[in-house]
Design a binder for this molecule. Structure first.
Ligand SMILES: CC(C)(COP(=O)(O)OP(=O)(O)OC[C@H]1O[C@@H](n2cnc3c(N)ncnc32)[C@H](O)[C@@H]1OP(=O)(O)O)[C@@H](O)C(=O)NCCC(=O)NCCS
Length: 211
């Protein structure tokens, strides 16, 4: 099994939107995802993808062999995704979720840490996000990576009027950055993964450089 962290592409949108619907009471539309991936100049969407190579057996394998085709079949699926907006000195985590079947394995932490590391690469002064007051699982994740609850945004969520915590990680605070870096080293060494996101320019920037 290979794990790859990379930029979200337009052809990922249906799979991502499906996980989104399983994860949030107010999911984004596929159109919103397409805008984030294809148009928004400040948006750095990412996915974490598992790739498995299976050897087709039985009738399926026989058919492949008779057709002279390889019996090795590559299966890919997205196990989590995240969204980061970079505007002036602010980095804003717009979304993060892992597939319900793949939670509790460290993938959410890997995605969050990668987006914070990307914010550092983009020279952000701080990273901010909103989280439901009832979502203690996500709050635990953010606290672990050094985010602090700085204020309450009353009735932030339209579906049930729930308040949000505004949580921030100050990237100009040396102690907070040291704490984050130690956590980042820990999580990125825990997985053997290909990182085509954190230190790679966004595809739209590569296109601009080629012009
Ligand atoms: C929040 C979410 C992304 C976490 O993803 P995950 O892949 O399960 O998280 P990880 O396995 O990487 O766990 C990272 C940390 O999150 C916290 N956490 C994860 N599952 C938890 C649980 N069941 N109970 C309490 N804390 C939990 C812990 O701090 C954990 O660190 P630890 O393993 O050292 O205890 C995932 O639960 C999710 O997709 N939820 C639905 C969408 C959502 O709420 N997104 C956040 C919007 S603000």
């Amino acid at each position: 099994m290979t794990l790859t962290l990379r930029y979200m592409r337009l052809d990922d949108v249906p799979e991502v939107a499906k996980i989104d619907r399983q994860s949030f009471s107010m999911p984004w539309s596929e159109q919103s995802y397409r805008y984030e991936v294809g148009e928004a100049p400040y948006s750095y969407m990412t996915v974490l993808e598992e790739t498995r190579a299976d050897n087709a057996s039985g009738l399926r394998g026989l058919l492949h062999r008779m057709q002279g085709a390889s019996t090795i079949q590559v299966q890919r699926h997205i196990v989590g995704y995240g969204g980061l907006w970079s505007i002036a000195d602010e980095a804003h985590i717009s979304t993060i979720a892992t597939h319900p079947k793949h939670r509790g394995r460290g993938y959410g932490a890997l995605l969050l840490a990668a987006m914070v590391q990307k914010s550092i690469a983009l020279h952000a002064a701080y990273v901010v996000l909103e989280v439901r007051m009832s979502n203690t699982i996500a709050q635990n994740l953010y606290l672990k990576y050094g985010f602090r609850k700085v204020m309450i945004k009353p009735s932030y969520y339209h579906d049930n009027g729930e308040d949000a915590y505004d949580m921030r990680l100050d990237l100009e605070d040396e102690a907070a950055v040291r704490h984050f870096k130690a956590r980042y080293a820990e999580i990125s060494h825990r997985f053997d993964f290909i990182d085509d996101y954190t230190n790679k320019p966004h595809p739209r920037q590569s296109q601009m450089l080629k012009r």
